[in-house]
Design a protein around this ligand. Sequence first.
Ligand code: HAM
Length: 434
Amino acid sequence: MSGPSPNPRRPEGTYDVLPVPHGSQPEERLAGWLALESAVRSVCARYGYQEIRPPLFEHTSLFAKSTGEVTDIVEKEMFTVPSRGEGDSYTFRPEITPGAIRLLIENRLFQQKAFWKVWYWGPNFRYERPQKGRYRQFVQMGVEAVGSHDPLLDVETMAVYAEILRLVGVMKFDVRINTMGCPACRGGYREALRAFLEPHLASYCGNCRRRFERNVLRVLDCKVPEDARRNESAPAIADQVCAGCRAHFEAVQAGLRSVGLAFAVDKKIVRGLDYYTRTVYEFASPLLGAQNALVGGGRYDTLVASMGGPDVGAVGFAAGAERVLLAMRESGRPAAGLPPPDFFAVAADEAARGEIFLAAQTMRAAGLSGDLDYERRSVKAQMRAANKTGARYAVFIGAEELARRAVKIKRMEGGDEGVMSLDEAIRVIKGETR
Ligand code: HAM
């Protein structure tokens, strides 16, 4: 005999967003999400970025070829499903940059104009070990500016993100930047890194030894403590870049100074994705714990052409929204709650129920927000419900109002009451008359 089935539980590394003000974690509170998304939307609009919405899954090969075959994301973290006989498997996106570039190319947007600034917002999936600030389904907000090599664009993307953070009350963050060079200088650096690693290679982990052969730069992403410690003294790519890359990096730094965005050069930032060239950057929050990366971004001047698009420069970032919500809470700026509804409609008895339903419909059609009772509760219980929803007005219909084709309205704060036509009540609730 089978017992009762266990209560369903959400998968590890996911969370629910709740329509109540007191979700125990910031990412559970709907109000925080709405505030953050509206800040992102308004800042992106002011800077001329347009929203795109690529699908949540793409062909697996898209990520293998752009994010990089020999990266943690592609090797260990992808949620991949068979495509049921259509060839390549599908992968739920672990990041949005590859899909964004595919979208621009596939829809021939470069034939309309050569330069695009786009932004996006939505869930991503990585099979990581969950912990505070790190999820298997997480939301990224990001921008991609595609079609220019101008170092001021690197500065602009960082300024956009700084502005989003400030708008939601996160004033403290550390900006670190580095340069990863270009294909011209990368070859020499690879050789230098190989020469550094080779004498100690036998003591590195198996993963590092494999990466040494296949993609030596990714040895620098190793999280095994002894390997990470040894890597501390590895040569820095920033010390070996060509004159063009150096000039670009200096222009980015001058640009950041000119807009007053404080930063530090950190030669250890190499980012864990393959497509970066020249500028890379991260913002970290001093208010968060181990998962303190508020954003990761940089330039990727070879990706668009490698995917079959024009040979153009590009730069962008993506930020983990849950971490920003945490930083908002730690900054003492939790998002304001949602605005209260305008009305709660109360029926005195069964006879008035049809009429109060119609009255609620008319008020909603007039642009007011509000609800009514569907549980056939007493007037007293309905008034308690009105209070609980925080409605500004209770709108009541009883026998007398039915007879007069009127409604009684009560301002919940202050208690003023009056009997009037529904049209008049709508004007009062809208504040168009007293
Ligand atoms: P990324 O560094 O892999 O870069 O991710 C960017 C940000 O996403 C991280 O800084 C972090 O805030 C957030 N994030 C990543 N993984 C998780 C997770 N498991 N849970 C919660 N948050 C997470 C990219 O994805 C690139 N596409 C960024 C980019 C855009 N570069 C150029 N354009």
